[in-house]
Design a protein around this ligand. Structure first.
Ligand code: SF4
Ligand code: F3S
Ligand code: FES
Length: 232
């Protein structure tokens, strides 16, 4: 099929603001957007810049706004988009070049919620066991690939870039609900700050955007409940 791909481009060395550039090419309906971007870069315009790595929905590096929706370029088929495709960088983070954004503040928020196992109890002789039911409680949150599709689709984050954002909260959820972890109070202190958890207005964009089908808004609500119980 013949397709037209409009890409919002920005070169910090030449441009004052972003500009749309249009490319026409032949694509297979089963091609993914990432295949099309590669075709454009390799055959038409080597200066086009975007992140990608695994090409299989695992690394989370190719999140972009495709026809107005945050998605991973390697997981979207051309047949599901039609002949006219518009691609922009994810919103709310500074654009470095073309589809590449500066993810530093996103990872700062992730780091702030202490996304690692905390437990100073004496080391047991065997493993720290957990039942399948206890594991199930935070199973979905372990699937996060830190792609930022959720945080950069959140209207609260668009107007306040200091909001911790859904991705950080999902990763706090992953440890708060782990029966072996003891760092809940430390994490809740971070989440209870002015730009933390309570900024969420349950817009649900994050849940719709997640390529791993994580129930992001539910995870946020679960953490809100824990915080309420602890402080009431
Ligand atoms: Fe991506 Fe989903 Fe993790 Fe958000 S919660 S960063 S959308 S994988
Ligand atoms: Fe934003 Fe998701 Fe809350 S889109 S407002 S973090 S439910
Ligand atoms: Fe790794 Fe798409 S390139 S998730």
């Amino acid at each position: 099929m013949q397709i037209t791909v409009k890409i919002k481009r920005f070169d910090p060395e030449k441009d004052k603001r972003s500009r749309w550039t249009e490319y026409r090419l032949e694509a297979n309906p089963m091609d993914r957007v990432l295949d099309v971007l590669n075709e454009i870069k390799w055959e038409q315009d080597g200066s086009l810049s975007y992140r990608r790595s695994c090409a299989h929905g695992i690394c989370g590096s190719d999140a972009m706004l495709i026809n107005g929706v945050n998605r991973l370029a390697c997981k979207v088929l051309i047949k599901d988009l039609g002949n006219d495709i518009a691609i922009e960088p994810i919103r709310g983070l500074p654009v470095e070049k073309d589809l590449i954004v500066d993810m530093e503040s996103f990872f700062d928020s992730y780091e702030a919620v202490l996304p690692y196992f905390i437990n100073d109890d004496p080391v047991p002789a065997g493993e720290r066991l957990q039942s399948p039911e206890e594991r199930e409680i935070f199973d979905a949150s372990t699937k996060c690939i830190l792609c930022a599709c959720c945080t950069t689709s959140c209207p609260v984050f668009w107007v306040n870039g200091r909001y911790l954002g859904p991705a950080a909260i999902v990763n706090a959820h992953r440890f708060i609900f782990d029966s072996r972890d003891r760092g809940t109070d430390q994490r809740l202190e971070v989440l209870n700050q002015p730009n933390g958890l309570w900024r969420c207005r349950t817009a649900y964009n994050c849940t719709e955007a997640c390529p791993r089908d994580i129930p992001v808004t539910k995870a946020i609500e679960d953490v809100k409940r824990v915080l309420l119980w602890r402080t009431s």
